[in-house]
Design a binder for this molecule. Structure first.
Ligand code: HPA
Ligand code: ZN
Length: 351
């Protein structure tokens, strides 16, 4: 179904557009499962596991969620993940996400997890992957959501540490959708992991990478050239390099954009200043996602509604395109994508 911009969109007043954004089926392709740990669950798991937290209460922890940049967030985020010890903890965390995602009409999710954050505390790879994949199975039964797991290497750690993690993951290769690259971007270019990603590709793993969130456009080019990334996570800084934008459009490389994350980590000064309209206008395959919803003030629908509210030039045609892109950009089989697209078409035809 083709939607053109402006004229038809004027017919959508604010409330129906918000309802459409919430009701439309969508895939979420950029969400860190550790970033879905709500403060209440952090406290519950801390108590269950006898872990001492450096915060007196849920409110005190929430008060620490005032970030100035990516690193200030990562410090709090890694501290929160310390409560995860047993398979049941990973299962409960993932189930809480799937429950929220189902409420937001997410039909498919490709989630990141950070094994190094856990193995360095003595948690075995098998413990986390069993908890996460058991949650995937239950979520599909309970809510019909399909999902896959993307192992992220921490870019602030060494190449050798990434190889060690990959060796731990190899026996569970069949349970992994692919690999990604996250954590502190500045000073850790994609090229640091060229050889690890080559090995991942040889194992048949799909490759994605965070790039161009805080880092320069050269890191996006590096993720394409050195890592052969099939999607770029964030990528908003590509707009600083016209040739790079042309390349991303020509190669149909999707960008998994996370507006509330960009706002909370001061990548943009306000949602009204978010480059989403320019990214869409450039013809990029953009998707909207929540990144770390427990920390950034909202799950995927909140990202849609807050962003569309702040950017009134965006209307139903853009909503359709973003949902459609989320299916195209997913690693789901084409026939599944086509089925979701039919549901999307039916909803928009009735709107
Ligand atoms: N960027 C980089 N690393 C991360 C993020 C992010 O937004 N969230 C969790 N790890
Ligand atoms: Zn991210």
């Amino acid at each position: 179904m083709q939607f053109t911009c402006a004229p038809e969109d004027a017919a959508f007043s604010h409330a129906p557009l918000m309802a459409l954004l919430c009701r439309m089926p969508k895939a979420e392709l950029h969400v860190h499962v550790e970033g879905t740990l709500e403060p209440e669950l952090i406290f519950a798991l801390a108590e269950r596991n006898g872990v001492k937290l450096p915060y007196a209460s849920v409110d005190a922890l929430r008060a620490a969620y005032a970030f100035t940049d990516l690193q200030s967030f990562l410090d709090v985020y890694y501290a929160g993940a310390n409560v995860l010890l047993h398979e049941a903890d990973f299962f409960d965390m993932a189930m809480a996400y799937f429950r929220r995602a189902a409420a937001d009409n997410v039909v498919h999710a490709e989630l990141f997890f950070d094994p190094q954050t856990h193995t360095e505390r003595g948690v075995a790879f098998v413990t986390m992957i069993n908890g996460l994949t058991r949650a995937s199975q239950q979520a599909e039964q309970q809510w019909g959501i399909t999902s896959g797991w993307i192992l992220c290497f921490l870019r602030h750690r060494s190449e050798a540490a990434a190889f060690e993690t990959l060796a731990q993951a190899e026996p569970f290769r069949a349970l992994l959708l692919g690999v990604g690259l996250d954590s502190s971007e500045q000073g850790h270019p994609p090229e640091k992991f060229t050889r690890v990603f080559a090995r991942c590709r040889a194992l048949g793993l799909r490759c994605v990478a965070h790039a161009g969130e805080e880092g320069p456009p050269a890191y996006i080019a590096g993720a394409l050239d050195a890592l052969q990334a099939q999607r770029i996570d964030h990528g908003v800084r590509c707009l600083e390099d016209a040739a790079l934008v042309a390349r991303l459009v020509a190669q149909r490389v999707p960008l998994t954009v996370c507006p509330l994350s960009n706002l909370k980590l001061c990548v943009v000064p306000s949602l009204a200043a978010h480059p989403l309209p320019a990214l869409l206008e450039a013809g990029l395959c953009v998707t909207l996602n929540s990144d770390d919803p427990a920390y950034f003030g909202g799950y995927i629908n909140r990202n849609f509604t807050d962003t569309f509210t702040a950017l009134p030039q965006l209307g139903a045609a853009h909503a359709y395109r973003l949902a459609d892109n989320s299916f195209t950009a997913s690693f789901a089989p084409p026939e599944r994508q086509a089925a979701w697209r039919q549901r999307l078409d039916r909803l928009f035809a009735a709107a």
